[in-house]
Design a protein around this ligand. Structure first.
Ligand code: 5GP
Length: 345
């Protein structure tokens, strides 16, 4: 047994420190960044906020809205090849790299990836496996690159620098970071495994950047300030699931209870998702995801405007003029209490 006893931090454990700033008006803050990907000559310009590839939010309706704001999108794994192809052919060619199609390790998924690559070797792909530490993940990265795949490749999930570096050197462009921080996630409760997200992102971002790769902070966003903190920690992309789940464009009906509106949101390892997408839950598996009703929030455009406004204002406080500069200008206070909740709940 070994104990790592340095303090491990989550988003609510820190606040960004304000600094002398010349970013006076919010319009001085430039939110676009040109992303160039390792192992690929694809470039795309945008702001690195990306919807999670979950059954509710990884849908075409959300993707269209994300692209409309010059953000990124990750589609869920349960569309068939024809559906994905049809959607991608409707996207403005300059924004195509902003849409990631997701695959796991199942035969069906790998088949979809091969067909997509044969059609367009520069398509953006996300290999998404809850445990990115297992050898088949790295093997799939290597196999895709050996096949001549040249697109932006996101791979995850992990929470440590060693494996981040390994996946990037094997062919990944972006490593997805997060084990257990998700709003619909029960992994920490069921398995006792995980790492506080801010510390995971800081370590993995440093490891990735040292070898020319990038990271996507996946999970744990509860407010626009958390997105700013993830960017400050070095995340090139920030992936959001639950915080988008109440959007009208997310899959599922609006439910009314006692005059209040809700939408259903579920983890992709929940029994609900297993039943919906895979004909039930195998006996050897415990559910590592929950099913919840989240308050209805209206259009995702309003949620994204609030997030983008938050980032702009954060840049004003810390003095960063360009999105890419945020980590350089970020310093954190460790705090005991980040919010005044006197009027909440
Ligand atoms: P959120 O933004 O909701 O906090 O986190 C979204 C992330 O949670 C997803 O991108 C994915 O990595 C993770 N996630 C989604 N469903 C499940 C699940 O059922 N179990 C676990 N452990 N994680 C999940």
């Amino acid at each position: 047994m070994r104990m790592y006893d340095d303090i491990q931090l989550d988003f609510p454990d820190v606040l960004l420190r304000p600094k002398r700033s010349t970013v006076i008006s919010r319009s001085d803050a430039d939110l676009t960044r040109v992303y160039s990907f390792l192992h690929s000559n694809v470039q795309v310009s945008g702001t690195g906020i990306i919807n999670a590839n979950m059954g509710t939010v990884g849908v075409f309706e959300i993707a269209k809205k994300m692209l409309g704001k010059n953000l990124f999108s990750c589609l869920h794994k349960h569309y068939n090849y024809e559906q994905v192809e049809e959607f991608l052919s409707s996207v403005n060619p300059e924004q195509k790299p902003s849409v990631f199609l997701s695959i796991g390790l199942r035969e069906r998924d790998i088949d979809i990836a091969k067909r997509a690559i044969a059609y367009d070797p520069k398509v953006s792909i996300c290999i998404d496996v809850p445990n990115g530490y297992i050898p088949p993940v790295k093997k799939l990265v290597v196999t895709l690159r050996e096949m001549g795949y040249e697109g932006p490749l996101m791979v995850g999930n992990v929470v440590t620098g060693d494996i981040t570096e390994d996946l990037i050197l094997s062919g990944a462009s972006i490593v997805k970071v997060g084990i257990g921080p998700g709003s619909a996630c029960l992994t920490r409760r069921i398995t006792g495994v995980g790492r506080p997200q801010l510390s995971a992102v800081i370590e993995c971002a440093e490891a990735a950047h040292c070898v020319g790769g990038m990271v996507c902070a996946d999970g744990g966003i509860t407010c626009p300030g958390d997105v700013c903190k993830a960017l400050g920690a070095g995340a090139d992309f920030v992936m959001i699931g639950g915080y988008y789940a109440g959007a009208s464009e997310a899959d599922g009906e609006v439910i009314e209870k006692n005059g209040k509106k809700y939408k259903i949101f579920y983890g992709m390892s929940s029994e609900y998702a297993q039943k919906k997408f895979y004909n039930g839950m195998p006996k050897y598996r415990a559910s590592e995801g929950r099913l919840v009703e989240v308050p209805y929030k209206g259009s995702i455009d309003d949620i994204n405007d609030e997030i983008l406004g938050g980032i702009r204002s954060c840049m004003g406080y810390i003095g960063a003029r360009r999105l890419k500069d945020i980590p350089k200008f970020a310093s954190f206070y460790r705090v005991n209490r980040q919010l005044n909740t006197v009027f909440e709940g």
